[in-house]
Ligand binder design. Structure first.
Ligand code: BGP
Length: 504
């Protein structure tokens, strides 16, 4: 899945968001989808998201160390279709004040961004803190606060310091302590002004694409083994960082710490076919609950279904033990309940049915363990990337899935939602996407009683979209492709201002 990735949000959609956030009385005005009478709660959090590697650039400035993404795309320029890298990206390292002005102009009051671990700790370890790196984030956070924008900070959005990768990255248990050391540095440096932290962004995408497959750095391609080890130590790292904060920082800093998980929603290909219903369950349990259950369920640990399925598969495949590692009883305890909110990223939905084997799977692999065939209805709109079809009802179903399985007490913050494009500057499809998805979110709040407290659009600006690079198929020819991201991102921002008019 996600064979091609490119999601960006230009100004026009943020106009939609800002209209919504400016007035809590505002209703979702959906020019394509009808109008809702529901409004957002008064204190609802509206924001925009980015990630350090995707926008900062300045890959070797200010003493920054290399991240796995620097190393990988430098060594394999053919990895992205436009042979690009994150060296300059949107140049936010130098232009962060402009970014703050952009956010301010949009009228949203929250900004979700991440710290680059190797910018702060060039070798990854806490014995060497970069003064320039530390100053950069301090200046950025202060600039945001001056503009009355609250930063929500992610510690790990996929850019692991390369020296740790040389030790096996998340597959090596020693990473847990090093991650906690990094978290301590960040809490110490910024905890006076940062009150909401997320430890890790989308562990599932990171482990599945980067450790199981080779679609993302570090491109290990250890199907069926690597992604479970990665998941295991990521979950543990998250929980230990959470408890560090609880114990040493929360009493005086009084902030919150959570994690962001991602999910595609599934619906049965044929709703009358019970096997298809079971396929959806299998998919969600293996790809989503694997992460959510240990942290958010009352009993903790991996879901029983997942444990049994992977144990049985491993046994049948002749492995000496389960490919899914075990948490100790003590670990189960510290992981359970280790999140003050449920960060959720969602983009699209798939039709699901059972399958024993598909052409693109390996044995073993997470896909083979789940045994689910995924496809999208050709009638669903597909405005940009080929993996992302518009099925807004899936968003409401997912919000209900989280609420039904993990309770309505835990507040949900949608930390990413959005749609890519083909480079077109007219953002009708994107406006439509946002309106439809926000409408479903309103239904989930008002009709289903889901406890959703915030929504962040992906993304503030065009950025380095991982293995898609800066690929845009029909960019304005006035922008030289040579200049890739930076020029494009800011050019598009300018162009999309014209749609402001259109929305009024
Ligand atoms: C999420 C990541 C983001 C961003 C987004 C858009 O999975 O957390 O960093 O990349 O997806 O993805 P894509 O470019 O594949 O559309």
């Amino acid at each position: 899945m996600r064979s091609s990735r490119s999601v960006a949000l230009s100004g026009v959609v943020l106009v939609t968001l800002s209209l919504l956030s400016c007035s809590h009385e505002a209703v979702v005005s959906d020019i394509y989808y009808g109008v809702s009478n529901y409004s957002f709660p008064e204190d609802f959090i509206f924001g925009v998201s980015t990630a350090a590697f995707q926008i900062e650039g300045a890959w070797n400035e200010g003493g920054k160390g290399e991240s796995i993404w620097d190393t990988y795309v430098h060594e394999h320029p053919e990895y992205t279709p436009d042979k690009s890298n994150g060296d300059i990206a949107a140049d936010s390292y130098h232009k962060f004040k402009e970014d703050v002005q952009l956010i301010k102009a949009l009228g949203v009051k929250y900004y979700r961004l991440s710290i680059s671990w190797p910018r702060l700790l060039p070798n990854g370890t806490s014995n060497n803190i970069s003064t320039d790196g530390a100053r950069y984030y301090r200046n950025l956070f202060e600039e945001l606060l001056k503009a009355n924008i609250t930063p929500i900070v992610t510690l790990f959005h996929w850019d692991m310091p390369t020296p740790f990768m040389d030790l096996g990255g998340w597959n090596n248990p020693v990473i847990v302590d090093y991650f906690v050391d990094y978290a301590r540095v960040a809490f110490n440096l910024y905890g006076d002004i940062i009150k909401t932290w997320t430890t890790i962004n989308e562990p599932h995408q990171h482990c599945y694409q980067g450790y199981g497959a080779d679609y993302f750095a570090p491109a290990i391609k250890s199907h069926g083994v690597g992604e479970y080890l990665c998941a295991h130590y990521l979950i543990l790292s998250h929980a230990k960082a959470y408890h560090l904060y609880e114990k040493e920082f929360k009493p005086h800093q009084k902030g919150k710490v959570g994690i962001t998980l991602d999910a595609f929603m599934g619906i049965p290909k044929d709703p009358r076919n019970f096997q298809d219903v079971l396929a959806v369950r299998s998919y969600l349990q293996i790809h989503f609950d694997l992460y959510a259950h240990p942290i958010f369920s009352a009993e903790g640990d991996y879901p029983t279904f997942v444990r049994q399925r992977i144990n049985n598969m491993s046994l049948a495949q002749g492995f000496a033990r389960s490919r899914l590692p075990y948490f100790t009883a003590e670990e189960v305890k510290i992981i359970r309940g280790s999140s003050d909110f449920f960060g959720l990223n969602h983009y699209t939905t798939y039709l699901m049915s059972p399958s024993e084997m598909e052409f693109s799977w390996s044995i073993p692999s997470m896909d083979h363990d789940a045994q689910v065939r995924m496809e999208q209805d050709p009638h669903w709109e597909k405005p940009g990337t080929d993996w992302l079809s518009v099925y807004p009802e899936g968003f409401r179903k997912l919000l209900n899935y989280v609420s039904d399985n993990y309770g309505r007490e835990i507040p949900i913050i949608v930390t990413e939602n959005g749609v890519g494009d083909k480079g077109q500057l007219k953002d009708y499809d994107r406006i439509s996407y946002f309106n439809k998805y926000l409408y479903q979110l309103l239904l989930a709040i008002h009709e289903d009683n889901c406890n959703i407290i915030g929504y962040f659009a992906w993304t503030l600006m065009d950025d380095f979209e991982w293995s898609d690079g800066y690929f845009r198929s029909c960019l304005s020819t006035s922008v030289s492709l040579e200049q890739t991201s930076f020029a494009i991102a800011r050019e598009i921002q300018k162009n999309s201002n014209s749609y402001l008019v259109l929305l009024h």
